[in-house]
Design a protein around this ligand. Sequence first.
Ligand SMILES: [Zn+2]
Length: 322
Amino acid sequence: MSMIQGQDAVKKKLLTAIEKKRLPSSMLFLGPSGVGKQMMAWAVAQIFLCENPSSSQEACGQCGNCHRVALHQNENILFVEPRGTAIQVEQSRQMIEFFSSRLWGKARFIIINEAHRFNVQAANALLKVLEEPPPESYFILLAPTKAGVLPTIRSRTQVFPFGTLPKKTLQSLLQRTDWVIEAAHGRMDLAQTLLEKEEWRQVVFGALQELLKTTSPRKAYAALEENIRDSEFALFAAQVLQLFFRDVFLRKRVPGCSVIHKDQESLLQAFVQTFSIEDILTFFQQAINLEKAVHSHWDKGLFMDQWLHQIEDLRTHQREGV
Ligand SMILES: [Zn+2]
């Protein structure tokens, strides 16, 4: 548990409940992905299952049970996540069976990932045991928002809210202080995705460079063309562009203000000087539209083409002094 960073409030709440032997038997950990909900769930289970706990609040991390929890292979923990698009009724039956068999250890846990994806039938099958699990048996459900969880499930659980991670936590976990920290919105999973896609990010900024340099944005399009039909790239590009144009917009309003893409200072300044606020807002809106285009399965290539046409027109007008 001491390994988990950046969720001090919820950690304290859980540890106090454990200390007082008042841990709710059905818990709902709510919060965005990548902020440590699942890690916390395994850590809570580890405290209960540890053979040599150093205190009532800390597992030893060394014993056989601790090791098996760390490997996610402990026989007293059942981990469940949606099969296909939803948690199915067979999975609920499996959970009921797990809790109705004889208890061999000190406690047992069912951790349910993406608990907002229960189908109604599966949820109904589970309600009774969720309402009142057998002694020493705990449910920990994980979900992004309260709204997504079926009311019948929600009403039978106690909510533990998880916030996004503070910047300093991300900095210490990732050992860096650059744009990734700013752009990750306090989510470790997002930070890791951004890091994996550094190359893509350079492609996007390369295209923006072309946009400034050339008299025709065609070259900018050429820089993107190879990748843009890949939905994953298009979505990533749309998000990077949104953040970038947001930065440009802020800089136009408040010169010198702090921005997300700190390493793109010269590109940022060039956009600030070249385009008007209205232009920047248009670009920003287009980046949002690109994201929508990806989600709606429109032709991204065609979409980019139209966008660049628009920018081309804009630059022609600029040159003509209109
Ligand atoms: Zn242990």
